[in-house]
Design a protein around this ligand. Structure first.
Ligand code: ADP
Length: 488
């Protein structure tokens, strides 16, 4: 690992049509959140650069070099991508961690490990998902074809670039599309390396293009393109809103949004093992410094166990070692950027002004390292209408609110604009099912928090977005249905 962590990272380029190119828009510095030092530069793609990438993707799609390749051959390429990701897992993950700050223990599984698994999952789907013959009258034949949509634009965030990148790329490529990928400014490096891996695995030139740069320039140009058929996105609600506007102002491209959450984690007094519930719940909010879209950032706890449970949470949270994300003993790494860190601290200060009390943490730590580290923070006395109960922090900050009854728990749980994830801790099976039914969210965890695999979809309701990543349902975003109606 030491070799990888010290390796010089050369200035990066754009990957367009199978070649590495300079942007007309200049370069951006990449600063490592581990120590605040400059790591390298990435290109800042202008509208003209993005247009070239979209044109390369369109040309590749139209000539059929990938879209009409035999499914079994496409499947082999995706498996090879997974093989190389596994072979390179450590180097790839360390590169990503130097860029985005996630603790290496988690990143190895959640980034390289999960990306490889995702490519395999959709590789296997390629020759197993196909069209239908409709039960029509006997003198006609109704065929329902499932076709690739064409050019997919994918804009991804910085918290899990490889994992979320793979959630978009693998099903899009499996279905035969070409892709233009726009990584986040503060987490481009591992995705640029993934482009090289895809080429080595035999993905034809032009099928995957990577354009780096700022959201308001590069991302906006991609979203405004007249030749992108579908735009898939994971990121903030504010950007999601803009993408819908860009679609309306351009070619009405379909837009699928996986936005944030303010996910309730509801603990009832009848939970089977409160200590275990506290331990898992602490990881459910604090891993990756809280920079997880499904993070259980609101703890709703039955009043009779409130004080005891907060004490248990504080015990487990305090035991989590925050530090250099490339030190294997660190359980929590760095916050992604200084901007993000200042935002987190601002949320805590505002919460105190609104009447919240800091039960644990609240501050920046390890400042002398030059990096961006924050201690796990628990704020109690947060009322459902407080900002900390309503707005996504995307940092290691937990808001705690007591409740008296199941009905009140549901009401508070549903009382935000978001609907991405939730947790319920109870030993009562009927209550667990009632909560699953009544909480408006894309995923409800019961007696655990945060786990899932490729077999189940992930997507939000309300202002947490639309459409799903993962599972065979994700293919719906990347395919069109075409009917053939044939008179016999
Ligand atoms: P966060 O606040 O978590 O950084 P963002 O929504 O700002 O979330 O970023 C997620 C991704 O969206 C990044 O790749 C970013 O560059 C991109 N992005 C940000 N603003 C825009 C925009 N106006 N148009 C297109 N993409 C954008």
């Amino acid at each position: 690992m030491d070799t990888y962590r010290r390796a010089a990272v050369p200035p990066q380029k754009l990957y367009i049509g199978g070649t590495w190119q300079e942007a007309q828009g200049g370069t951006l510095d990449v600063v490592s959140p581990i120590d605040g030092q400059k790591l390298t530069t990435i290109e800042s793609a202008s509208a003209a650069d993005v247009d070239r990438a979209v044109a390369a993707a369109r040309a590749a799609f139209e000539d059929g070099r990938w879209s009409r390749m035999a499914p079994a051959a496409r499947k082999k390429v995706l498996h090879r991508i997974a093989d190389i990701i596994e072979r390179e897992a450590l180097a790839l993950t360390v590169l990503g961690v130097r860029d985005n700050g996630t603790e290496i223990g988690m990143a190895l599984k959640a980034e390289a490990g999960s990306a490889a698994g995702t490519f395999r999952y959709y590789a296997e789907a390629i020759d197993k998902v196909y069209g239908e013959i409709a039960p029509t009258a006997p003198d006609v034949l109704g065929l329902v074809h499932r076709e690739a949509v064409g050019v997919v634009g994918a804009i991804v965030p910085w918290n899990f670039p490889l994992m979320i990148g793979a959630w978009k790329l693998a099903p899009a490529l499996a279905a035969g599309n070409s892709v233009v990928l726009k990584p986040a400014e503060t987490a481009s490096l591992s995705l640029l390396r993934l482009a090289e891996i895809c080429a080595e695995a035999g993905l034809p030139d032009g099928v995957l293009n990577v354009v780096t740069g700022e959201g308001r320039v590069t991302g906006e140009s991609l979203a405004l393109s007249m030749d992108v058929d579908v735009l898939v996105f994971t990121g903030s609600g504010a950007t999601g809103r803009r993408l819908l506007e860009y679609s309306a102002r351009s070619n009405l491209k379909r837009v699928y949004l996986e936005l944030g959450g303010k996910s309730p984690n509801v603990v009832f007094a009848d939970a089977p093992d409160l200590d275990q519930a506290a331990k898992v719940s602490a990881m459910g909010i604090f891993r990756n410094s809280g920079q997880v879209c499904v993070a259980g950032s609101r703890l709703l706890v039955e009043r009779s166990i409130h004080d005891d449970f907060v004490a248990l949470m504080a015990k487990h949270a305090k035991a989590l070692k925050v530090g250099d994300p490339l030190d294997l003993s660190s359980q929590i790494g760095a916050v992604n950027s200084d901007t993000q860190l200042q935002g987190n601290l601002g949320f805590v200060a505002d919460a105190v002004k609104e009447g919240g009390e800091i039960a644990l943490g609240g501050s920046r730590i390890l400042e002398s390292s030059g990096g961006y580290y924050m201690e796990p923070t628990i704020v109690t006395g947060v009322r459902p209408d407080h900002q900390l109960a309503q707005r996504e922090v995307f940092g290691p900050v937990l808001a705690v609110t007591p409740f008296e009854t199941e009905e009140e728990a549901v009401q508070i749980a549903n009382g935000t604009d978001y609907g991405l994830a939730a947790g319920v801790w109870t030993g009562n099976l009927s209550r667990a099912h009632r909560m699953i039914r009544d909480i408006r969210a894309g995923v409800v965890h019961v007696n655990t928090y945060g786990g899932a695999d490729n077999t189940v979809p992930l997507g939000g309701v309300k202002q947490s977005g639309n459409g799903h990543d993962k599972s065979l349902h994700a293919l719906d975003k990347y395919t069109d249905l075409k009917t053939a109606w044939i008179q016999l």
